[in-house]
Design a protein around this ligand. Structure first.
Ligand code: TRP
Length: 369
Protein backbone atom coordinates (compact mmCIF):
# COMPACT_ATOMS: atom_id res chain seq x y z
CA UNK A 1 0.00 0.00 0.00
CA UNK A 2 1.33 3.40 -0.89
CA UNK A 3 0.65 5.83 1.89
CA UNK A 4 1.39 9.42 1.08
CA UNK A 5 1.96 12.00 3.73
CA UNK A 6 -1.15 14.08 4.21
CA UNK A 7 -0.81 17.85 4.24
CA UNK A 8 -2.12 18.53 7.71
CA UNK A 9 0.39 16.33 9.42
CA UNK A 10 3.41 17.60 7.51
CA UNK A 11 6.25 18.96 9.56
CA UNK A 12 5.95 22.69 9.48
CA UNK A 13 8.49 25.44 9.46
CA UNK A 14 8.12 27.29 12.72
CA UNK A 15 6.60 26.30 15.98
CA UNK A 16 3.46 28.43 16.10
CA UNK A 17 2.51 30.47 19.13
CA UNK A 18 -0.46 28.21 19.71
CA UNK A 19 1.70 25.11 19.71
CA UNK A 20 4.23 26.79 22.02
CA UNK A 21 1.40 27.58 24.43
CA UNK A 22 0.22 23.97 24.19
CA UNK A 23 3.73 22.72 25.01
CA UNK A 24 3.95 25.07 27.99
CA UNK A 25 0.56 23.99 29.31
CA UNK A 26 1.41 20.32 28.80
CA UNK A 27 4.74 20.86 30.56
CA UNK A 28 3.00 22.33 33.59
CA UNK A 29 0.63 19.37 33.69
CA UNK A 30 3.51 16.90 33.55
CA UNK A 31 5.44 18.85 36.21
CA UNK A 32 2.48 18.34 38.53
CA UNK A 33 2.15 14.65 37.77
CA UNK A 34 5.81 13.70 37.76
CA UNK A 35 6.49 13.88 41.47
CA UNK A 36 3.55 11.61 42.30
CA UNK A 37 4.06 9.23 39.37
CA UNK A 38 7.78 9.24 38.48
CA UNK A 39 7.45 5.68 37.16
CA UNK A 40 5.25 6.84 34.25
CA UNK A 41 8.09 8.74 32.68
CA UNK A 42 11.30 8.03 30.90
CA UNK A 43 13.40 11.08 30.23
CA UNK A 44 15.95 11.43 27.49
CA UNK A 45 17.98 14.55 27.07
CA UNK A 46 21.55 15.51 26.33
CA UNK A 47 24.12 17.89 24.96
CA UNK A 48 26.48 18.28 22.03
CA UNK A 49 30.01 17.99 23.38
CA UNK A 50 31.29 21.05 21.54
CA UNK A 51 32.81 22.85 24.51
CA UNK A 52 32.70 23.24 28.23
CA UNK A 53 29.41 23.35 30.09
CA UNK A 54 28.60 26.70 31.69
CA UNK A 55 26.26 28.05 34.34
CA UNK A 56 23.61 28.65 31.67
CA UNK A 57 23.54 24.89 31.06
CA UNK A 58 23.53 24.32 34.81
CA UNK A 59 20.63 26.59 35.78
CA UNK A 60 18.78 26.04 32.49
CA UNK A 61 18.84 22.25 32.36
CA UNK A 62 21.40 20.34 34.37
CA UNK A 63 19.95 21.21 37.79
CA UNK A 64 16.53 20.18 36.49
CA UNK A 65 17.83 16.81 35.25
CA UNK A 66 19.26 16.10 38.69
CA UNK A 67 15.91 17.03 40.23
CA UNK A 68 14.02 14.56 37.98
CA UNK A 69 16.57 11.85 38.58
CA UNK A 70 16.19 12.33 42.32
CA UNK A 71 12.40 12.14 42.01
CA UNK A 72 12.97 8.64 40.68
CA UNK A 73 12.41 9.23 36.95
CA UNK A 74 14.41 6.90 34.75
CA UNK A 75 16.77 9.31 33.01
CA UNK A 76 18.89 8.78 29.89
CA UNK A 77 21.58 11.32 29.01
CA UNK A 78 23.00 11.35 25.51
CA UNK A 79 26.41 12.81 24.87
CA UNK A 80 25.64 13.63 21.24
CA UNK A 81 29.12 13.23 19.77
CA UNK A 82 27.96 12.68 16.18
CA UNK A 83 26.13 16.01 16.41
CA UNK A 84 29.49 17.76 16.82
CA UNK A 85 30.30 17.20 13.16
CA UNK A 86 26.99 18.22 11.57
CA UNK A 87 28.18 21.81 11.19
CA UNK A 88 31.95 21.69 11.49
CA UNK A 89 34.81 20.20 9.57
CA UNK A 90 36.51 18.23 12.31
CA UNK A 91 35.85 16.76 15.70
CA UNK A 92 37.99 19.36 17.52
CA UNK A 93 38.88 18.51 21.13
CA UNK A 94 36.14 15.89 21.20
CA UNK A 95 37.61 13.46 23.72
CA UNK A 96 38.43 16.30 26.11
CA UNK A 97 34.98 17.87 25.77
CA UNK A 98 33.23 14.55 26.37
CA UNK A 99 35.21 13.77 29.52
CA UNK A 100 34.91 17.32 30.82
CA UNK A 101 31.14 17.33 30.27
CA UNK A 102 30.88 13.98 31.98
CA UNK A 103 32.82 15.33 34.99
CA UNK A 104 30.36 18.25 35.07
CA UNK A 105 27.34 15.91 35.00
CA UNK A 106 28.64 13.76 37.83
CA UNK A 107 29.85 16.70 39.92
CA UNK A 108 26.43 18.34 39.61
CA UNK A 109 24.69 15.25 40.94
CA UNK A 110 23.93 12.94 38.02
CA UNK A 111 24.29 9.48 39.50
CA UNK A 112 25.33 6.81 36.98
CA UNK A 113 23.55 4.18 39.07
CA UNK A 114 20.23 5.94 38.51
CA UNK A 115 20.81 7.62 35.16
CA UNK A 116 22.27 6.17 31.99
CA UNK A 117 24.92 8.38 30.39
CA UNK A 118 26.02 7.29 26.91
CA UNK A 119 27.73 8.53 23.75
CA UNK A 120 25.41 7.89 20.82
CA UNK A 121 28.27 6.94 18.50
CA UNK A 122 28.85 3.86 20.72
CA UNK A 123 25.32 2.55 20.45
CA UNK A 124 25.24 0.83 17.07
CA UNK A 125 21.61 -0.29 17.16
CA UNK A 126 20.49 3.29 17.89
CA UNK A 127 22.27 4.47 14.77
CA UNK A 128 20.68 1.75 12.69
CA UNK A 129 17.23 3.18 13.47
CA UNK A 130 18.23 6.11 11.30
CA UNK A 131 17.61 4.04 8.14
CA UNK A 132 13.91 3.26 8.61
CA UNK A 133 13.38 6.69 10.17
CA UNK A 134 14.84 8.45 7.12
CA UNK A 135 12.18 6.78 5.02
CA UNK A 136 9.52 8.53 7.11
CA UNK A 137 10.41 12.15 6.40
CA UNK A 138 10.71 14.09 3.19
CA UNK A 139 13.59 16.28 2.06
CA UNK A 140 11.37 19.41 1.91
CA UNK A 141 10.32 18.75 5.51
CA UNK A 142 13.93 18.56 6.60
CA UNK A 143 14.74 21.72 4.66
CA UNK A 144 12.03 23.52 6.62
CA UNK A 145 13.56 22.61 9.99
CA UNK A 146 14.52 25.91 11.69
CA UNK A 147 18.02 24.75 12.72
CA UNK A 148 18.72 23.46 9.22
CA UNK A 149 17.39 26.72 7.75
CA UNK A 150 19.52 28.84 10.10
CA UNK A 151 22.58 26.95 8.98
CA UNK A 152 21.71 27.69 5.36
CA UNK A 153 21.10 31.39 5.92
CA UNK A 154 24.16 31.86 8.17
CA UNK A 155 26.51 30.13 5.75
CA UNK A 156 25.02 30.65 2.30
CA UNK A 157 28.33 29.87 0.59
CA UNK A 158 29.10 26.69 2.43
CA UNK A 159 27.31 23.67 0.96
CA UNK A 160 25.38 21.90 3.69
CA UNK A 161 26.40 18.39 4.72
CA UNK A 162 24.00 15.47 4.47
CA UNK A 163 24.40 15.01 8.22
CA UNK A 164 23.23 18.57 8.88
CA UNK A 165 20.11 17.98 6.80
CA UNK A 166 19.29 14.73 8.54
CA UNK A 167 20.45 15.32 12.11
CA UNK A 168 16.90 15.97 13.38
CA UNK A 169 16.09 12.40 12.31
CA UNK A 170 19.17 11.12 14.11
CA UNK A 171 18.06 13.09 17.16
CA UNK A 172 14.67 11.37 16.89
CA UNK A 173 16.57 8.07 17.08
CA UNK A 174 18.27 9.34 20.29
CA UNK A 175 14.85 9.91 21.78
CA UNK A 176 12.92 6.94 20.42
CA UNK A 177 15.48 4.14 20.76
CA UNK A 178 14.84 4.07 24.50
CA UNK A 179 11.13 4.88 24.14
CA UNK A 180 11.53 8.10 26.08
CA UNK A 181 8.23 9.91 26.58
CA UNK A 182 9.66 13.11 28.01
CA UNK A 183 12.37 15.37 26.66
CA UNK A 184 13.32 18.37 28.80
CA UNK A 185 14.47 21.05 26.39
CA UNK A 186 14.53 24.73 25.60
CA UNK A 187 12.25 26.36 23.06
CA UNK A 188 14.81 26.03 20.24
CA UNK A 189 14.56 22.24 20.41
CA UNK A 190 10.75 22.04 20.05
CA UNK A 191 10.82 21.47 16.29
CA UNK A 192 13.11 18.48 16.86
CA UNK A 193 10.69 16.95 19.34
CA UNK A 194 8.02 17.39 16.69
CA UNK A 195 10.17 15.36 14.26
CA UNK A 196 10.37 12.56 16.83
CA UNK A 197 6.59 12.65 17.37
CA UNK A 198 5.90 12.52 13.66
CA UNK A 199 8.35 9.68 13.12
CA UNK A 200 6.80 7.68 15.97
CA UNK A 201 3.36 8.18 14.43
CA UNK A 202 4.38 7.43 10.85
CA UNK A 203 6.33 4.35 11.88
CA UNK A 204 3.17 3.06 13.50
CA UNK A 205 1.05 3.82 10.45
CA UNK A 206 3.40 2.41 7.86
CA UNK A 207 5.38 -0.39 9.40
CA UNK A 208 3.18 -1.74 12.12
CA UNK A 209 3.22 -2.57 15.76
CA UNK A 210 4.92 -4.69 18.35
CA UNK A 211 3.80 -8.17 19.35
CA UNK A 212 1.27 -6.98 21.95
CA UNK A 213 -0.36 -4.79 19.29
CA UNK A 214 0.82 -1.51 20.80
CA UNK A 215 2.72 1.17 18.90
CA UNK A 216 6.46 0.51 19.18
CA UNK A 217 7.33 4.13 19.87
CA UNK A 218 5.56 6.54 22.23
CA UNK A 219 5.10 10.12 21.03
CA UNK A 220 7.41 12.07 23.33
CA UNK A 221 6.43 15.31 25.01
CA UNK A 222 8.74 18.26 25.39
CA UNK A 223 9.19 19.43 28.94
CA UNK A 224 9.91 23.14 28.87
CA UNK A 225 12.26 24.30 31.58
CA UNK A 226 10.65 26.56 34.18
CA UNK A 227 14.01 28.33 34.62
CA UNK A 228 14.29 31.85 33.22
CA UNK A 229 16.67 32.32 30.28
CA UNK A 230 20.11 33.44 31.41
CA UNK A 231 22.10 35.94 29.41
CA UNK A 232 25.85 36.05 29.00
CA UNK A 233 27.93 38.62 30.89
CA UNK A 234 27.68 41.05 27.95
CA UNK A 235 23.89 40.92 27.94
CA UNK A 236 23.60 38.76 24.80
CA UNK A 237 22.73 35.06 24.65
CA UNK A 238 25.12 33.03 26.81
CA UNK A 239 27.28 31.02 24.48
CA UNK A 240 30.83 29.77 24.45
CA UNK A 241 31.51 31.22 21.02
CA UNK A 242 30.76 34.72 22.34
CA UNK A 243 33.18 34.32 25.26
CA UNK A 244 30.54 35.56 27.70
CA UNK A 245 30.09 32.45 29.81
CA UNK A 246 31.12 31.28 33.26
CA UNK A 247 32.06 27.63 33.03
CA UNK A 248 30.94 25.27 35.77
CA UNK A 249 34.56 24.15 36.15
CA UNK A 250 36.14 27.60 36.45
CA UNK A 251 37.89 28.66 39.66
CA UNK A 252 36.46 31.21 42.09
CA UNK A 253 39.07 33.74 40.94
CA UNK A 254 38.27 33.26 37.26
CA UNK A 255 34.59 33.70 38.11
CA UNK A 256 35.29 36.92 40.03
CA UNK A 257 37.36 38.35 37.17
CA UNK A 258 34.68 37.64 34.60
CA UNK A 259 31.91 39.15 36.70
CA UNK A 260 34.01 42.27 37.27
CA UNK A 261 34.02 42.79 33.50
CA UNK A 262 30.27 42.13 33.15
CA UNK A 263 28.18 44.84 31.55
CA UNK A 264 25.95 46.92 33.87
CA UNK A 265 24.74 50.53 33.73
CA UNK A 266 25.57 53.70 35.62
CA UNK A 267 22.49 53.85 37.79
CA UNK A 268 23.24 53.14 41.47
CA UNK A 269 19.77 51.96 42.42
CA UNK A 270 19.49 48.23 41.68
CA UNK A 271 16.16 47.09 40.31
CA UNK A 272 14.86 43.89 38.77
CA UNK A 273 13.55 45.02 35.42
CA UNK A 274 14.52 42.53 32.69
CA UNK A 275 12.92 44.58 29.90
CA UNK A 276 14.56 47.94 30.55
CA UNK A 277 17.70 46.85 32.38
CA UNK A 278 18.54 43.40 30.96
CA UNK A 279 22.19 43.26 32.07
CA UNK A 280 21.60 44.39 35.67
CA UNK A 281 18.54 42.16 35.96
CA UNK A 282 20.44 39.19 34.60
CA UNK A 283 23.00 39.53 37.39
CA UNK A 284 20.21 39.86 39.95
CA UNK A 285 18.64 36.73 38.46
CA UNK A 286 21.92 34.83 38.74
CA UNK A 287 22.24 35.81 42.40
CA UNK A 288 18.66 34.62 42.93
CA UNK A 289 19.30 31.27 41.24
CA UNK A 290 22.53 30.69 43.15
CA UNK A 291 21.01 31.54 46.56
CA UNK A 292 17.50 30.20 45.95
CA UNK A 293 16.13 33.69 46.62
CA UNK A 294 13.67 35.95 44.77
CA UNK A 295 15.14 38.45 42.29
CA UNK A 296 12.84 41.26 43.40
CA UNK A 297 13.84 40.89 47.02
CA UNK A 298 17.54 40.71 46.18
CA UNK A 299 17.26 43.94 44.20
CA UNK A 300 15.44 45.62 47.09
CA UNK A 301 18.10 44.52 49.55
CA UNK A 302 20.88 45.82 47.32
CA UNK A 303 19.13 49.18 47.10
CA UNK A 304 21.65 51.80 45.96
CA UNK A 305 24.67 49.48 46.13
CA UNK A 306 25.39 50.15 42.46
CA UNK A 307 26.95 47.83 39.87
CA UNK A 308 29.91 47.17 42.19
CA UNK A 309 27.74 46.00 45.07
CA UNK A 310 25.67 43.85 42.73
CA UNK A 311 28.75 42.19 41.24
CA UNK A 312 30.20 41.49 44.65
CA UNK A 313 26.98 39.74 45.68
CA UNK A 314 26.74 37.70 42.46
CA UNK A 315 30.37 36.63 42.71
CA UNK A 316 29.95 35.45 46.29
CA UNK A 317 26.64 33.73 45.56
CA UNK A 318 27.96 31.83 42.54
CA UNK A 319 31.25 30.88 44.12
CA UNK A 320 29.53 29.62 47.23
CA UNK A 321 26.96 27.63 45.24
CA UNK A 322 29.55 26.05 42.97
CA UNK A 323 32.30 25.44 45.56
CA UNK A 324 31.26 21.86 46.44
CA UNK A 325 30.47 21.08 42.79
CA UNK A 326 33.87 22.38 41.71
CA UNK A 327 35.66 20.41 44.40
CA UNK A 328 33.97 17.18 43.25
CA UNK A 329 34.61 18.07 39.65
CA UNK A 330 38.34 18.49 40.25
CA UNK A 331 38.53 15.01 41.79
CA UNK A 332 36.58 13.47 38.92
CA UNK A 333 38.59 15.23 36.23
CA UNK A 334 41.79 13.90 37.79
CA UNK A 335 40.64 10.32 37.11
CA UNK A 336 39.88 9.95 33.40
CA UNK A 337 39.98 6.15 33.67
CA UNK A 338 37.04 6.28 36.05
CA UNK A 339 35.18 8.66 33.71
CA UNK A 340 35.75 6.30 30.78
CA UNK A 341 34.48 3.36 32.79
CA UNK A 342 31.29 5.30 33.63
CA UNK A 343 30.79 5.87 29.92
CA UNK A 344 31.47 2.26 29.01
CA UNK A 345 28.87 1.09 31.51
CA UNK A 346 26.36 3.64 30.26
CA UNK A 347 27.05 2.59 26.68
CA UNK A 348 26.50 -1.07 27.54
CA UNK A 349 23.16 -0.30 29.19
CA UNK A 350 22.06 1.90 26.28
CA UNK A 351 23.13 -0.79 23.80
CA UNK A 352 20.98 -3.43 25.51
CA UNK A 353 17.96 -1.12 25.28
CA UNK A 354 18.69 -0.20 21.65
CA UNK A 355 19.08 -3.84 20.58
CA UNK A 356 15.75 -4.72 22.12
CA UNK A 357 14.04 -1.86 20.27
CA UNK A 358 15.78 -2.68 17.00
CA UNK A 359 14.58 -6.28 17.32
CA UNK A 360 10.99 -5.03 17.61
CA UNK A 361 11.50 -2.76 14.62
CA UNK A 362 12.87 -5.60 12.51
CA UNK A 363 9.94 -7.78 13.51
CA UNK A 364 7.41 -5.10 12.59
CA UNK A 365 9.17 -4.47 9.26
CA UNK A 366 9.39 -8.20 8.36
CA UNK A 367 13.15 -7.95 8.49
CA UNK A 368 13.72 -10.49 11.24
CA UNK A 369 15.30 -13.47 9.48
N1 TRP B 1 20.60 18.96 19.92
C1 TRP B 1 20.76 19.05 21.35
C2 TRP B 1 21.54 20.33 21.66
O1 TRP B 1 22.03 20.98 20.78
C3 TRP B 1 21.50 17.85 21.93
C4 TRP B 1 20.76 16.57 21.72
C5 TRP B 1 21.13 15.52 20.95
C6 TRP B 1 19.49 16.24 22.27
N2 TRP B 1 20.21 14.55 20.98
C7 TRP B 1 19.19 14.94 21.79
C8 TRP B 1 18.60 16.90 23.12
C9 TRP B 1 17.98 14.31 22.10
C10 TRP B 1 17.40 16.27 23.46
C11 TRP B 1 17.10 14.99 22.94
O2 TRP B 1 21.69 20.66 22.80
Amino acid sequence: MNQTITVDEQLSEEISDASLQRSLARSRQIEEDISTHPGRYRILTGDRPTGRLHIGHYFGSLANRVRFQNLGVHTMLVVADYQVIYDRDGVGQLQENVLSGLADYLACGIDPEQSTIFTHSSVTALNQLLLPFLSLVTVPELQRNPTVKDELSNNPHRPMSGLMLTFPVHQAADILFCKANLVPVGKDQLPHIEVARVIARRFDERYGRGQAGDPIFPQPDALMSPAPAILGLDGTKMSKSRGNTIEIGMTADETAKLIKRAKTDSERQITFDPVNRPEVSNLVQLAALATGGEPQQIADELGDAGGGGLKKLVTEALNEHFAPIRARRAELAADPDHLRSVLREGNAKATAIAEQTLAEVRQAMQMAY
